[in-house]
Write a protein that binds this ligand. Structure first.
Ligand code: PLP
Length: 375
């Protein structure tokens, strides 16, 4: 109903799969295998099959996934890790937390993703890894990123927290799932993500057997053999109830993606042709799974537009209002306002609209009409 529009409608989605979800949860409770084994292993194998990747390592959340990935690479303080400045904080946070040096770079105005030019310029003799973020559900230019990584002998950790299920086509025609192209991929199962559970969850992907062993151990107190701790690890695991929920929702992921793409196509159609609205640019090498549908506004008072939408019962969000180099915790003499003009411009003009698996034509029309009315 037009009176109840949300950024994400998890309740409506649950209503449609309630029986399967409830049965999955009940099965875990009856088994009393709440941690490891059972459902977690089942879900792990189903996700490995879906992605066509050798190893899925379930962990506690997406931030842990990124941290464990970096820990497993054995990087040393002072080693540089390159990541975009226009993203969620987690990417740079784990780099800083481990005493590594985050090196921020600007993004591409059209796709919101890491700028290849800026990335290439930021590579130094201390650079050890690149963390591209596939922002809003669409891949960064992985052909160029993997080529730079090969040339400079760098690790690539894909932040696929917003892009699970997106497909990338390399220039040689081969295809790969999101998070399965770099040495390591990380995802989040936070409830509002495209594959979300009913609490916290995350996973790491890799095709590298040795890295998989190491990351499994890091996630489990640095332990390959029980009670023998070879290195400092963490405790990070997906619990069985979340795995049971994810196992049900994985079956629906493709149709969930299609539902989001349907909304995005309708938005595109409604908004293209308006000079002061820029619809999201597309990377022709990637499908877009639309974790977010993000407009760029031109000569529009964003706060006034948001107020107008809110008065009609339409939520909207600014992802992200402050680039990482302008965040207090990451203030650094290396960076100043003006250093990353594209990210700063985007932070000032982006607006994300409601997009989810339960939206109907009436809601879409209500949103587009009310937004256009404001122009
Ligand atoms: C959600 C998200 C994360 C963190 O995932 P959590 O499960 O919340 O820890 C990291 N990076 C990006 C791009 C995200 O969207």
């Amino acid at each position: 109903m037009t009176t109840d529009i949300q950024m994400v409608d998890l309740k409506g989605q649950y209503q449609k799969i309630k029986q399967e979800i409830n049965a999955g949860i009940q099965e875990v409770i009856d088994s009393t295998t709440f941690i490891k084994g059972g459902k977690v292993t089942e879900f792990q194998h189903h996700l490995e099959n879906y992605l066509g990747v050798k190893h899925v390592i379930p962990v506690g959340n997406g931030t842990d996934a990124l941290q464990i990935a970096l820990m497993a690479l054995g990087l040393k303080p002072g080693d540089e890790v390159i990541t975009p400045t226009f993203t969620f904080i987690a990417t740079a946070e784990v780099v800083a937390l481990l005493g590594l040096t985050p090196v921020l770079v600007d993004v591409d105005f059209e796709t919101f993703n890491i700028s290849i030019n800026a990335l290439e310029k930021a590579i130094t003799s201390k650079t050890k890894a690149i963390i591209p973020v596939h922002l809003f559900g669409q891949h960064a230019d992985m052909d160029a990123i993997m080529e730079l990584a090969r040339k400079h002998n760098l690790y690539v950790i894909e932040d696929a927290c917003q892009s699970i299920g997106a497909l990338y086509t390399f220039t040689d025609g081969s295809t790969a799932q999101s998070g399965c192209m770099g040495h390591i991929g990380c995802t989040s199962f936070f409830p509002s993500k495209n594959l979300g559970c009913y609490g916290d969850g995350g996973a790491i992907f890799t095709n590298d057997d040795a890295l998989a062993v190491r990351m499994r151990a890091v996630a489990n107190h640095g332990m390959e053999v029980r009670y023998h701790h070879d290195y400092v690890g963490v405790n990070s695991r997906l619990d069985s109830i979340q795995a049971a929920i994810l196992d049900v929702k994985l079956e629906h992921l493709d149709s969930y993606i299609q539902a989001r793409q349907y909304v995005a196509a309708a938005y595109d159609k409604a908004f293209s042709g308006y000079e002061n609205l820029m619809i999201p640019g597309r990377n022709p090498s990637s499908t877009h799974v639309f974790h977010q549908y993000t407009l760029k506004l031109k000569d529009i008072d964003r706060t006034a537009l948001q107020k107008h939408l809110q008065s009609k019962g339409i939520p909207s969000m600014v992802y992200y209002p402050v680039p990482l180099h302008m965040q207090k915790a990451y203030k650094d003499e290396r960076y100043r306002q003006g250093d990353f003009p594209v990210a700063e411009q985007l932070a000032a003009c982006v607006l994300s609209l409601p997009i989810h698996t339960e939206m109907d034509d009436e809601q879409i029309r209500y949103i587009t009409n009310n937004l256009i009315e404001f122009l």
